[in-house]
Write a new protein. Structure first.
Length: 314
C-alpha cells in the first residue's frame, strides 16, 4: 500500500509539468516537433501503464469489500428479523461491480428456485461470488474455476494436482456438484455448470406421480404445493432478467403456464435432478404433455442438449 501511494504521488507531481509542456507547445509559433510530440505521448503512455493496473487492483478490492459487508449485513438483518418475529426480508444495498442474483426478490431464504441469497460479480474469474444460506446461517464464497478460503477472507486458492477428484471415485452427482462449486472446474467438461453428468442422482421421490402446482415462477419452472421445485424437462423458455433476457416473451410464457396449471393437479414423470437440486421432469394435464404444448404455442424451444429423455423432442 505504501508503494502504491508513493507511485501515485510521483504521478501527481509530474502532471503539472506535462500540462505546462503541452500548453507551451500549443501556444508556440513553431508548433510541435515530431520529437516533442512523441516525448509527451510516450511519457503519458508509460505513466498510464504503470499506474492503471495498481489503480484497478484498488477498485477491485473495494468492490469485494463492499459486497462482503453487504452479505454480512443481510445475514445480521435476516437473523434479527427472525428473532423478532418480523417478515424475513432484507434491505438491498448499493453494490459496485456486483449485483444481487435473486430474481428481484429480497427474501431471506432466497427466491422460488434457489434457497440462497446470492451476490455475483461482473468478473467471475477475478472476484468471488458470495452466498448466504438462511437455514444454516452460513456465508460462503467461491471463484469460478478455483477454490476460495473461508469467509470473510475469500482469497482465491488454486487447486493442486494432488487435490483433484475423479468422477468415478466421487460416485454421486450431488457430491460432484459440491466439488464443482468449490472450484474443481475440470469436472465440468462441457462448461454447462454440471459436473460428472454420467453419475446418478439420488432422489427419494417416485418416478411417476401426481402433484398440485402452487405457482410457476417462469415458463419452465414451477413449485408444487409441497415445496418441490420442478424444472420442465427438454424445453427452454425466455429469461425474465439477465444478459439474454426477453422479459415480454418470458412473462407471456409464465402467464400461459400459470393459467393452465396453477392450483391444478398434474401428472409428473421425474427424470433427474439438476445442479440446483430441482426436479427435472415432464408435466401432463389430462393426458396432454405441457412441455410439447409450450413448444407448439411458441412459448418455448426444444432444449436440444437435454432432449433425450423426451421421446416427442427427438
Amino acid at each position: 500500500m505504501i508503494n502504491l501511494i508513493e507511485s501515485r504521488f510521483k504521478l501527481i507531481r509530474k502532471i503539472p509539468f506535462l500540462l505546462y509542456l503541452f500548453k507551451k507547445l500549443t501556444k508556440s509559433n513553431v508548433g510541435f516537433s515530431s520529437i516533442e510530440l512523441i516525448t509527451v505521448i510516450g511519457v503519458c503512455s508509460i505513466l498510464g501503464i504503470i499506474a492503471l493496473p495498481r489503480f484497478l487492483e484498488v477498485i477491485q478490492k473495494a468492490e469485494k469489500v463492499i459486497a462482503a459487508n453487504s452479505i454480512l449485513n443481510i445475514k445480521i438483518e435476516c437473523e434479527s428479523n427472525n428473532s423478532l418475529g418480523r417478515e424475513l426480508t432484507f434491505t438491498p444495498s448499493k453494490l459496485i461491480g456486483y449485483e444481487f442474483d435473486n430474481e428481484e426478490s429480497n427474501n431471506c431464504i432466497g427466491n422460488e428456485n434457489f434457497s440462497l441469497v446470492s451476490i455475483i460479480p461482473e468478473d467471475l474469474k477475478k472476484q468471488p461470488s458470495f452466498f448466504y444460506n438462511f437455514t444454516s446461517g452460513e456465508i460462503s464464497c467461491i471463484y469460478e474455476g478455483s477454490e476460495a478460503s473461508d469467509f470473510p477472507e475469500c482469497k482465491k486458492v488454486p487447486l493442486s494436482e494432488r487435490e483433484k477428484q475423479r468422477c468415478g471415485d466421487i460416485g454421486d452427482w450431488s457430491e460432484a456438484q459440491k466439488f464443482l462449486q468449490a472450484g474443481h472446474a475440470y469436472l465440468d467438461r462441457d462448461n454447462d455448470g454440471e459436473a460428472c453428468e454420467a453419475l446418478g442422482r439420488k432422489s427419494n421421490r417416485p418416478e411417476n406421480g401426481e402433484i398440485i402446482i402452487k405457482d410457476c415462477y417462469d415458463g419452465d419452472t414451477c413449485t408444487s404445493s409441497e415445496g418441490e421445485k420442478i424444472r420442465l424437462a427438454c424445453i427452454d423458455t425466455p429469461e425474465i432478467k439477465g444478459k439474454r433476457a426477453k422479459p415480454n416473451e418470458a412473462i407471456a410464457a409464465k402467464n400461459f403456464l400459470n393459467e393452465m396449471i396453477k392450483g391444478e393437479k398434474v401428472s409428473i414423470r421425474r427424470v433427474t435432478e439438476d445442479k440446483y437440486g430441482r426436479t427435472v421432469g415432464e408435466l401432463s394435464l389430462n393426458g396432454e404433455n405441457l412441455q410439447q404444448l409450450l413448444v407448439q404455442e411458441g412459448h418455448a424451444e426444444i432444449y436440444k442438449k437435454y432432449s433425450k429423455p423426451c421421446d416427442w423432442a427427438s
